[in-house]
Write a protein that binds this ligand. Structure first.
Ligand code: IFM
Length: 453
């Protein structure tokens, strides 16, 4: 069976990670500008001020996408570039940039997929309480409407949020290392969650109101995805349980998919969630739940790694020792089975078509004397993960597409430029772009619709 004939092969990026031009054409500061300019927060003191200079090099970048045969490109819009004050008067020059980018993509027959929020909250909105400000969902809705009106005639696929789970667990808890660096207690973090979920809902409502009926709207989730230690019914059931349990069996409070996706798809939290958090959970009214659970068209999954789970003596999930196929440069275990099981179990629970909105690896890539980047590790990684995804498609899971992370090396948040995830190598001194071996390999995979795996 394999990948469907209209399967979308693409690659993904995010605004703050690639655009640069941080102080140009009226862009306002985001929490990531502030954070990266705070001493000690980012490896080597790196910032996104210039990044891959995509703001100026976008034409060259789209030409490279075309050379690879990409059919889709997932990018994010910088909220402070289009609304420097977070609300109010839009910045025409910022909007123009996204017009030009989208037009360039369409001219090369590449479908644009836009994400409204990939972590760069306007600093002014953070200063007013960020995701805990009761007005934030209204502000996000207005931003979504602005972008939907501006680009909706040309962008058929939209995502409200990228990885709410990371926004909370890296940006708003004491152990976090991301902007805005809030050290909230659990109730504070759950208030952030409520603000994110409500904003998502208001964003969906705003987009639906202005986009053509054919537009596809989703969100990109990244959370616990596990795989069973064997194909026994008991181990599979334990894995299923582990992915949606609160707390999950990795011992974390705030990672379970049930916390993020159950309100979105079912309009409620699980009983287990409510019991576990008790009075620490901010109340959500029926009207608010209705907003949060606006119907969406697909579930985007960002999948990198997962735990191996088996059934304990009482059938309860137990994390089993991993036997990874290796480790990435980030030291993340390579566990391709998550792209089969994660996709399958997420689809089983939420019933929506799945788009892989991110998957890839950081690698210790170097530009060789022959002018090439021989990233055989990435080719092996992507082969194994894509085979697992194909298995899910073979089982009948509707998989809409695959957005490799990332189109190009970029600013990897707290790790600065030390982790290279790209298909395209960036020389940050000269901004020279070089297609890695994996990019050329991916071109063949796309051309064969996955047969070349
Ligand atoms: O670079 C990030 C991206 O911004 C969100 N998902 C994970 C990627 C790799 O860490």
């Amino acid at each position: 069976m394999g990948f469907s004939k209209d399967f979308l092969w693409g690659a993904a990026t995010a605004a703050y990670q690639i655009e640069g031009a941080a102080n140009e054409d009226g862009r306002g500061p985001s929490i990531w500008d502030t954070f990266s300019h705070t001493s000690g927060k980012i490896k080597n003191g790196d910032t996104g001020d210039v990044a891959c200079d995509h703001y100026h090099c976008y034409k060259e970048d789209v030409a490279l996408m075309a050379e690879l045969g990409l059919q889709a490109y997932r990018f994010s819009i910088s909220w402070p570039r289009v609304l420097p004050e977070g609300t109010g008067s839009p910045n025409e020059k910022g909007l123009d940039f996204y017009d030009r980018l989208v037009d360039e993509l369409l001219a090369k027959n590449i479908q644009p997929c836009a994400t409204l929020f990939h972590w760069d909250l306007p600093q002014v909105l953070h200063d007013k309480g960020g995701w805990r400000n009761p007005d934030i969902a209204g502000h996000f809705g207005a931003y979504a409407e602005l972008m939907g009106r501006r680009l909706g005639d040309r962008v058929p696929c939209w995502m409200t949020f990228n990885e709410m789970c990371v926004v909370i667990n890296c940006g708003h808890v004491p152990s976090g290392n991301h902007a805005p660096g809030e050290k909230l207690d659990r109730t504070g973090a759950l208030e952030v969650l409520k603000g994110l979920l409500l904003s998502h809902g208001r964003g969906v409502q705003a987009l639906r109101a202005v986009l053509p009926k054919t537009a596809q709207i989703g969100l990109a989730h990244c959370g616990v995805v596990n795989f069973p230690t064997s194909d026994s019914a008991e181990d599979i059931e334990a894995t299923r349980k582990s992915m949606f349990a609160v707390p999950d069996d990795g011992g974390s409070d705030l990672h379970s998919a049930a916390l993020y996706l159950d309100p979105v798809f079912f309009g409620k939290y699980t009983e287990e969630t409510l019991q576990y958090f008790g009075t620490g959970m901010p109340p959500v009214s029926a009207a608010e739940m209705e907003t949060i659970s606006q119907p969406i068209d697909f579930l985007g999954l960002n999948v990198y790694r997962g735990r191996c789970v088996g059934a304990g003596a009482n059938g309860e999930p137990e994390t089993r020792p991993l036997e990874p196929a290796g480790y990435t440069h980030f030291n993340w275990p390579i566990t391709p089975d998550v792209l089969y099981w994660g996709v399958k179990l997420m689809h089983e629970r939420y019933g929506k078509p799945i788009m892989i909105t991110e998957n890839g690896m950081s690698n210790d890539d170097t530009l060789n004397a022959d002018g090439k980047v021989h990233d055989v590790e990435r080719i092996e990684f992507l082969t194994s993960y894509l085979r697992a995804l194909r298995r899910a498609a073979d089982d009948g899971v509707p998989v809409l597409g695959y957005m490799q992370w990332s189109l190009m090396d970029n600013f990897e948040w707290a790790e600065g430029y030390s982790q290279r995830f790209g298909l395209i190598h960036i020389d940050y001194e000269t901004q020279q772009r070089t297609l890695k071996d994996s990019a050329l390999w991916y071109r063949d995979v796309i051309e064969s619709n996955g047969d070349h795996l």
